[in-house]
Ligand binder design. Structure first.
Ligand code: 0O2
Length: 215
């Protein structure tokens, strides 16, 4: 059996990192909104991977539990949702600009150009993030997933089906899911085509609601 791991202790810095990074990305949106500018970030979520999922992944990747913290890249996960595919790349640029400042880029996975066989689309940036723990400084891996609202809709549903069927989704449902992934991406492309009109309309709506709230 593997060495005994004090999970509660091990996962504290990961929880800490998720909280900090959520605040940082949410504040980009807050700042831009306050300035009356368009935010490429629609909303941000985060989670620490469940212990059972960490163990499952370690088994799948045949990882020794001595080294799981360097090998499992998504123990801490941040998810950034965008309205348009173009916004994803703006957010990726934000992160790249911070490389060497408050984070360090470990790697990038472009599952938009190279979408997965399942139909999964998202852009992943894996970073090293420094954290100050009660025991001193520590550097941990965090996976930042950047995706559109449509990609998120699909991903969330597919994830729950995978969970329901314990990774063995029946073929007829799988076929539908692949079709749905393509349809979601087509929706993203259609929205991109009329992006300027949508943004103008949203701006007009913002001005109007600000005027109303000033009365
Ligand atoms: P949890 O704990 O349930 O949130 P893999 O070997 O396929 O697991 P890979 O290629 O190493 O993954 O992917 P990566 O970049 O490490 O990302 C893993 C995470 O990306 C997953 O977390 C999902 O959040 C997301 N993801 C990757 N592929 C898919 C997919 O086909 N469908 C969905 N819905 N999400 C995917 P977990 O493992 O689900 O973790």
């Amino acid at each position: 059996m593997h060495k005994h791991i004090e999970w509660k202790k091990v996962l504290i810095p990961y929880e800490h990192a998720v909280e900090e990074l959520k605040v940082k990305f949410k504040s980009i949106r807050k700042e831009l909104t306050k300035l009356g500018e368009y935010s490429p970030i629609e909303f941000v979520t985060g989670r620490v991977k469940k212990i059972s999922s960490i163990l499952e992944k370690a088994k799948k990747l045949d990882i020794n539990m001595e080294e799981f913290e360097e090998k499992i890249e998504d123990i801490a996960g941040i998810r950034i949702m965008c309205q348009f595919v173009e916004d994803i790349y703006t957010v990726v640029d934000y992160i790249r600009e911070r490389d060497g400042l408050d984070l360090e880029i470990h790697s990038e996975k472009d599952y938009i150009t190279n979408y997965k066989e399942s139909g999964y689309r998202s852009y992943h940036v894996i970073i090293w993030y420094p954290i100050q723990t009660a025991m001193g400084p520590k550097r941990i891996l965090v996976e930042i997933q950047i995706r559109t609202l449509a990609m998120n809709f699909w991903g969330t549903i597919e994830h729950s089906l995978k969970y329901k069927y314990k990774h063995n989704i029946p073929e007829h449902i799988n076929d539908r899911l692949i079709k749905a992934a393509d349809a979601a991406f087509q929706l993203d492309q259609e929205m991109s085509e009329i992006r300027h009109e949508i943004r103008q309309a949203q701006k007009m709506f913002e001005v109007k609601s600000n005027t109303v709230s000033n009365i």
